[in-house]
Design a protein around this ligand. Structure first.
Ligand code: UT7
Length: 334
């Protein structure tokens, strides 16, 4: 789905319909694990992790705490800030790589916890690009008049799919959830969405295991070729940002806030450098959250909205990249 802003008229409506984020929320599990604590379990150090990734700590879900639990907390906060009730939601999308179970979807479980009934609810799997993909899907639904308010969540418990004895992966990820309420509006809001995927890269980042006749066939843990992921991420994050800027006749100087997927500070810095955007205009949470996959962008967005950095009228560029490979952008006028 590639779309710049084509004002679509909802059936029966006289006015073009756009979508706008009207509330954000985030939730991080209580337990925080520092690099020093990890260094007591695997052969690593705070210095190695901090210099290679920028990560200093990550949050880890409690035993039995599931993606829908984190999603529920983040969603409640987003609903509160948007000033609407769960019953007002006409669509629920949860981007997650770590669903509560094979089925029903985490979105249906979340819907029940929130007390909404009848609205469509589904999970979207695009790994670390999941939130950007989900926001694009919700934007389309709103612009074609399918609903007035959508809940879009990124929620992950990566701690469940990490091999905690593998230092090359376990230091990189964390758990958390971020949510937004996307509402129909007379003016954007979301200016454009651009999504991409290339499945020929499926081998370089993944959890290959699958359930097969009651057994798990293949590894149930995250595997990756870190160097290839690094290079690919920097390349496509710069490309997709330029694609969005060109579609909206904007320049990098017009971007007030860049919110890239929070995988590694070096990836973020290299992307910002390629785009000519100073780090003062980049939202960074990877130091405190680590890589929370589909939750990383909405968590960073929520933080920057709540602390007052993001203000009305500003241009905010969200961009994700993740396993698949998948990548994409959402450009917003706040
Ligand atoms: O959402 C996308 C998810 N994935 C990513 O974002 C990963 C992207 N890639 C990266 O962030 C980086 O490639 C890493 C952080 C994973 C690795 O950084 P690097 O600078 O590319 O290091 P490297 O892979 O070249 O490894 C250098 C050394 C190796 O030792 P030798 O072979 O040179 O002796 C590793 O064994 O660092 C070693 N190493 C570690 N040492 C201490 C790997 N992990 C660790 C560790 N602590 N945790």
């Amino acid at each position: 789905m590639n779309g710049d802003v084509a004002p679509v008229r909802a059936s029966g409506s006289a006015r073009p319909v756009y979508s706008r984020i009207t509330g954000t929320g985030g939730y991080l599990p209580e337990r925080c694990v520092t690099n020093d604590e990890l260094a007591t379990r695997v052969d690593t150090s705070d210095t190695w992790i901090a210099t290679r990734t920028g990560i200093r700590q990550r949050h880890v879900a409690a035993a039995g705490e599931l993606a829908s639990d984190l999603a529920y907390r983040a969603s409640q906060r987003a609903l509160e800030r948007a000033g609407i009730a769960a019953a007002d939601l006409g669509l629920i999308i949860v981007a997650t790589t770590t669903p509560d179970m094979v089925f029903p979807s985490t979105a249906c479980i979340l819907q029940h916890k929130l007390g909404n009934r009848g609205s469509p609810a589904y999970d979207l799997q695009a790994v670390c690009s999941g939130f950007v993909y989900a926001l694009a899907a919700a934007d389309s639904a709103l612009r074609t008049g399918q609903c007035r308010h959508a809940l879009v969540v990124g929620a992950e418990v990566y701690s469940r799919i990490l091999d905690w004895s593998d230092r090359s992966t376990c230091v990189l990820f964390g758990d958390g959830a971020g949510a937004v309420i996307l509402s129909a509006a007379d003016a954007p809001g979301i200016l454009s969405t651009h999504l991409h995927a290339d499945g020929s890269y499926s081998d370089i980042l993944g959890v290959p295991g699958r359930i097969d006749h009651g057994r798990i066939e293949g590894s149930p843990f995250v595997h990756m070729d870190g160097n290839t992921v690094f290079r690919f991420a920097v390349k496509v994050l710069a490309e997709v940002a330029h694609e969005a800027l060109d579609a909206n006749a904007l320049a990098p100087t017009d971007i007030d806030w860049l919110i890239p997927h929070q995988a590694n500070l070096r990836i973020i810095e290299a992307t910002a450098r390629k785009l000519g955007i100073p780090m003062e205009r980049v939202v960074v949470t990877v130091d405190r959250h680590a890589n929370t996959s589909a939750a990383s962008i909405p968590l960073a967005l929520d933080e920057a909205v709540r602390d007052g950095r993001i203000r009305t009228g500003q241009h905010v560029m969200l961009e994700g990249v993740g396993g698949g490979f998948t990548w994409g952008s959402v450009l917003i006028r706040w």
